[in-house]
Design a protein around this ligand. Structure first.
Ligand code: DGI
Ligand code: FE
Ligand code: FE
Ligand code: FE
Length: 188
């Protein structure tokens, strides 16, 4: 599919803001792919599609997950923000017939991260934190880290996320913890 085709595919699913975010993440993912040696075309595809299910009402997300035989753990059920990544990967595979496992995993794990992430998975994970539309407190620090290394940016992003989740008394997904632990130990 051409870049124009991908834009047309995601457009009807997303709010204007989320559509712009998706374009910005795709652009940032290509930038990081160039810098760190990942496949630029795959980075674009993963970036543009990563939030395709994000604006769907939660009940419809649940309904669609049943269709793709996605079974949620207790932590996943409690974390509505986790659903669009799992569902997005299934949708992209089943309906858009994207077969590249690395692209599917990058989408699947873009919210939590996980242990042993591939370069492409890391690129999307960091691009989602540092894209030009982001303006949360601390974004500049993560952008600065991303200029140095993907590991530094991931650590900085995951620290922010885990701290925020704990303060809000939300459950932290095992994949989030595994990604964090691996990164801290690698950073020593
Ligand atoms: O979809 P985006 O907003 O672009 O970004 P995202 O897919 O990274 O989602 C971020 C949200 O996901 C944020 O509200 C925190 C939440 N999140 C990330 N990791 C976890 C989590 N929520 C729970 N409950 N557990 C996690 O481990
Ligand atoms: Fe997302
Ligand atoms: Fe993210
Ligand atoms: Fe996103």
């Amino acid at each position: 599919m051409s870049h124009k085709d991908y834009k047309a595919v995601i457009k009807p699913f997303l709010s204007e803001k989320r559509y712009r975010h998706s374009l910005a993440v795709a652009e940032e993912a290509v930038h990081l792919a160039k810098k760190y040696g990942a496949d630029e075309e795959k980075a674009y595809t993963a970036g543009i599609l990563h939030d395709i299910m994000k604006d769907m009402p939660p009940e419809e997300q649940l309904k669609r997950m049943t269709r793709y035989d996605i079974v949620l753990t207790e932590v996943e059920r409690s974390g509505q923000k986790l659903w669009h990544a799992m569902l997005g990967a299934a949708y992209v595979e089943q309906e858009l017939h994207i077969e590249d496992q690395d692209i599917l995993n990058a989408i699947r794990y873009h919210t939590t991260g996980r242990a042993h992430m591939t370069l492409l998975e890391k690129v999307l994970f960091v691009a989602d934190f540092t894209s030009s539309d982001r303006d949360y407190p601390g974004v500049e620090e993560i952008r600065k880290a991303a200029r140095k290394s993907l590991l530094a940016a991931m650590l900085s992003g995951m620290t922010y996320t885990i701290q925020d989740l704990a303060e809000r008394r939300l459950a932290i997904h095992p994949d989030t913890i595994a990604a964090y632990n691996e990164a801290v130990l690698e950073d020593r």
